[in-house]
Design a protein around this ligand. Structure first.
Ligand code: GUN
Ligand code: ZN
Length: 438
């Protein structure tokens, strides 16, 4: 199908080496026309230049004036089997895992349940404007299959993997290294690069991994060098002390992963709150990325992510909701909390930087920026149609904004999934919210 959509448009036209210049790479077209052909971006013009490409007259036309269209959000860290346990009270990381997370993930043993949940989970992503994500599955082969199948059906570009873990977890979730290796291999063979899907090797974190398991992960990365790797790093002080106890031969937490060659341009480390200088350097030197998960970091009381430090070291950052330690699927809400986390450290996150991390910057951190994240011709047509105001407060506040930057800042401060009117995936409208009255 071919579509021509008239609306306002916002994106970033190139990846950034220095995000402090994000606003210079932003493009805002107040009245524009987006052409979509066979799932791809064909062109984006100023409305007044539309007849530079008269073919648009043959396309299905939608007039969405008054709405803002931007690339779909990229969630760089989220857990599929934790959708049912968001908002579990009272604990910090290690106790929270024991008390809530492992029992919740155990339910994904039941593949029929997992199939049902995979649909719910991905529909939540779409409803929140998230079109791509790097996703932790559960330890179960069948549940991970269910997630890939549901994403395939929705034509979403996702990267996901079965969790690998072989110690300090309940027996029902504990694997033999050889099974973990075999099942992961099968999933890679079946799903990696099938349609829009990709595989990520997913060792949960160092404490639940024996050296033998980490060697198996390393082996799989050697066998399939273009797969991604995702794990957790330096989230909580007790966790870090535990890693030091379990791996005394390595001089810090990241050195454990680095020893097994799990760092690199396709590796994404969630959290990274309490890094030593040499860990920052290692992330930078290996081209590894970080997922910044502010709602989770605040909810579990884990700490404050230091964005300034990430910039100094030129480490790529993406935004992560980290459902179920995170408290919302909404990247808008996540940006709002990111701003507050930086305020506490006297760093004023700019609006341009925030939306960069949520879109093209997220795609860069996942090495997907050749395919998604902006409206450059040839990219895949994953985008969201936004209502600036869907509540009386938003309407009032937006009416007092003087320019697009103020409007976008108010959107991320007061906005959430209610502001996502439509979500388009691969050139098709995959979610449509019904009319709301502000
Ligand atoms: N570290 C190891 N597993 C997890 C998890 O499921 N969530 C978070 N936030 N941190 C982890
Ligand atoms: Zn996580």
């Amino acid at each position: 199908m071919r579509y021509a959509i008239r609306a306002s448009f916002f994106d970033f036209t190139s990846r950034l080496d220095d995000v402090t210049f994000a606003s210079q790479h932003a493009r805002y077209i107040e009245d524009g026309l987006l052409l979509i052909n066979q799932g791809k971006i064909d062109a984006l013009f100023e409305w007044e230049n539309r007849d530079q490409s008269p073919k648009w007259h043959d396309y299905t036309f939608y007039d969405l004036r008054g709405k803002l269209i931007m690339p779909g959000f990229v969630d760089t860290h989220i857990h599929f089997p934790q959708i049912g346990m968001v908002g579990s009270w009272g604990e910090q990381l290690l106790e929270w895992l024991e008390e809530y997370t492992f029992p919740a993930e155990s339910e994904y043993q039941d593949t029929a349940f997992a199939e049902q949940m995979a649909s719910t989970f991905l529909d939540q992503c779409l409803e929140n404007g998230t079109t791509s994500a790097l996703i932790f599955g559960s330890v179960h082969h069948g549940a991970t299959e269910a997630l890939f199948a549901a994403a395939d059906q929705r034509e979403m570009r996702i990267i996901a993997g079965k969790v690998m873990m072989d110690r300090f977890v309940p027996e029902a979730l504990c694997e033999e290294v050889s099974d973990s290796y075999q099942q992961t291999k099968q999933l890679i063979e079946r799903w990696h690069n099938k349609g829009r899907l990709h595989y990520a090797l997913t060792p949960r974190f160092a404490p639940t991994s024996t050296p033998a398991l980490l060697s198996a992960v390393s082996q799989l990365k050697r066998e399939y060098p273009d797969v991604w790797i995702q794990t957790h790093l330096s989230e909580n002080p007790q966790e870090i002390a535990w890693v030091n106890e379990l791996f005394p031969e390595h001089h810090n937490y990241l050195a454990v992963y680095h020893h097994y060659a799990l760092t690199g341009p396709k590796s994404v480390f969630a959290h990274c709150l309490h890094l030593e200088e040499s860990e920052w350097q290692c992330l930078a030197e290996t081209g590894s990325s970080i997922s910044f998960c502010p709602t989770s970091n605040l909810f579990l009381g884990s700490g404050l992510f230091n964005l300034r430090k990430a910039h100094q070291h030129k480490v790529n950052i993406g935004m992560g909701t980290d459902i179920g330690a995170g408290t919302s699927f909404s990247i808008l809400r996540t940006l709002s909390e990111a701003y507050k986390v930086q305020q506490l450290q006297h760093y004023s996150l700019t609006v341009a930087e925030a939306y960069y991390h949520a879109t093209l910057g997220g795609a860069v951190s996942l090495s997907l920026d050749d395919k998604i994240g902006s409206f450059m011709p040839g990219k895949e047509a994953d985008f969201i149609v936004i209502d600036f105001a869907v509540t009386p407060l938003q309407t009032l506040r937006q009416s007092r904004c003087r320019d697009i930057w103020e409007r976008l800042f108010v959107l991320m401060t007061l906005g959430d999934e209610r502001n996502i009117r439509q979500t388009w995936v691969n050139g098709r409208c995959a979610f449509q919210r019904h009319e709301m009255h502000a």
